[in-house]
Design a protein around this ligand. Structure first.
Ligand SMILES: [Zn+2]
Length: 509
């Protein structure tokens, strides 16, 4: 059977400032899913990118004394550097100023004009515009005269002539597709929000702005620029090569990972655009929660944003990836604090996982000169590990990344208890060789299984564990399915440096 295609995307980022931990959570979560899917053997295509046509680019460029083009080039380098430092394994990186994207936007608009000529029309528009969201806000999205997402920004009253998309015509069809599960929105709390939006009825949306100096000219109307959100959403399609033949090899996307603040765009407007163009809908939109700092959304404007580099400097990239997905989670909002980060680092990574690896390997070294004996076929630890592998697979298939991370530490904990229960040092003293062989083999097999389970979360540490096991198989060739029956007998373990050294813990920030 050919391996299934899995095309996943993250939201593309505005090029108006450095990313913070809020951005990092989304990329790390999507990367964890991409890495798990590759581990499973899927043909993964993982897309990330930049949203470069926003109005704030013009302002940021002017402030920096450069052209918008120079500004977005600079920001693209900055963001790419951050994602590299976070070990993002994206296969493609799209920028909405690229010709391939501009072609895709024009082709999609022309296709809608052709298929549903009445769904694009010109009308006057008047409303309150939030430059943070790059969106006209509805009354329900405004509190105390400000955008709910951007309480520190002023809303701008705007009146102009625009092109409109007849979104109102698609509500009932979208609702039916969601209800039948043909277009999925998860987690459930987000799905319910989208269903309520659709049940309340949709209004048509403006899809162009008048005479903006920066953006994609509206096809057939030189006075107008394609509205930045309409432009940005199409990146998921233009990155597949659309409209050229062959784009269907990737499209539809299997998963769009986004933040919960932009579900209206991704779960209402975007699928309606695709329906209007007679194109397949993405299979699943996953809307994660926010990283909070003292109970509030992390935000640069509010001065509550933790920089990605500061967080990496504390315990390294892998520990940060683990912490974000284990503690903050990928479903609901979660808090980031230095105290919790330090506590998880110490308890989960150093004292549980790191301790298991180092004691298992050093006992094989001490009692068997580094040569791994064959494990027993049916030990309590083996049974626990097999059950954990099943639960882990189930969690990962459902994008329950917090649960997946918890299961890694649970199994490592169980293995540490197994060491106490079997007391290999007593077996060695009593010359109970056969029993000692079985215990040591079982411990190494568990460590190897943990390396495989950790790979989506902590790619570098997982590879370091695997290298220390001197396994016969290359780590990048290992598949998740191999974890059930690993023949570790005969491997020759190497000494490792502490995986999660505690002496490097900073005293205070
Ligand atoms: Zn806003």
């Amino acid at each position: 059977m050919p391996s299934p295609k899995f095309y996943l995307t993250t939201a593309i980022d505005y090029s108006n400032g450095d990313p913070h931990l809020g951005h990092a959570l989304e990329k790390v979560g999507a990367d964890c899913i991409a890495r798990y899917r590759r581990l499973r053997g899927d043909q993964v295509h993982f897309l990330m990118g930049m949203d470069e046509h926003s109005q704030s680019v013009i302002q940021a460029a002017a402030r920096a004394g450069v052209t918008p083009r120079e500004w977005v080039d600079r920001m693209a380098r900055t963001f790419a550097g951050y994602w590299e430092r976070l070990e993002c394994s994206n296969d493609d990186w799209i920028r909405t100023t690229e010709p391939r994207h501009v072609r895709g936007v024009v082709a999609l608009l022309e296709r809608i004009q052709r298929q549903r000529p009445g769904d694009l029309y010109v009308a006057d528009y008047e409303g309150l515009y939030c430059t943070g969201c790059e969106e006209f806000k509805q009354p329900a999205q405004i509190a105390n005269g400000h955008c709910i997402e951007h309480p520190t920004l002023e809303l701008i009253g705007t009146k102009e002539r625009n092109h409109f998309f007849r979104l109102s015509a698609y509500g009932a069809r979208l609702l039916a597709l969601i209800t039948k599960g043909e277009f999925r929105v998860e987690p459930e709390i987000r799905r319910n929000e989208v269903v309520r939006l659709l049940e309340d009825g949709l209004q048509d949306v403006s899809i162009s702005r008048q005479r903006l100096p920066w953006g994609i000219p509206f096809p057939g109307d030189s006075e107008q620029t394609v509205y930045v959100w309409f432009d940005a959403l199409i990146n998921y399609l233009s990155a597949t090569g659309f409209p050229d033949t062959g784009y269907e090899k990737l499209w539809p996307a299997d998963l769009h990972v986004i933040g919960k603040g932009i579900t209206r765009f991704h779960c209402v407007i975007w699928p309606a655009m695709l329906l209007a163009a007679d194109l397949a809908l993405p299979r699943l939109v996953w809307a994660h929660g926010y990283v909070q700092w003292e109970g509030a959304k992390m935000s640069k404007t509010a001065g509550t944003a933790v920089s990605v580099d500061t967080a990496i400097a504390r315990h390294g990239t892998d520990a940060l990836r683990y912490f974000l997905l284990r503690e903050v989670g990928f479903e609901n909002d979660g808090n980031f604090t230095w105290e919790r980060f330090d506590a998880r680092y110490t308890a989960d990574l150093a004292d549980t996982l790191g301790n298991l690896v180092s004691r298992s390997l050093s006992m094989v070294e001490r009692y068997r000169n580094g040569v791994v004996p064959a494990p027993s076929d049916d030990s309590p630890l083996d049974r626990a590990a097999r059950a954990t592998l099943d639960a882990y697979a189930q969690a990962m298939e459902s994008n329950e990344l917090q649960q997946g991370a918890a299961l890694i530490i649970e199994l490592a904990s169980r293995a540490n208890r197994y060491v106490e229960e079997t007391a290999p040092w007593k077996l060695a003293k009593g010359k109970r060789d056969a029993e000692l062989d079985r215990v040591l083999g079982e411990l190494v097999r568990t460590v190897a299984r943990l390396a495989i389970m950790s790979a989506p979360y902590m790619p570098e540490k997982a590879a370091a564990i695997w290298t220390a096991l001197a396994a016969s198989q290359r780590f990048d060739a290992v598949r998740f399915g191999d974890a059930r029956a690993l023949a570790v007998g005969g491997w020759r373990v190497a000494k490792t440096l502490p995986l999660f050294p505690k002496e490097l813990l900073p005293k205070a920030l």
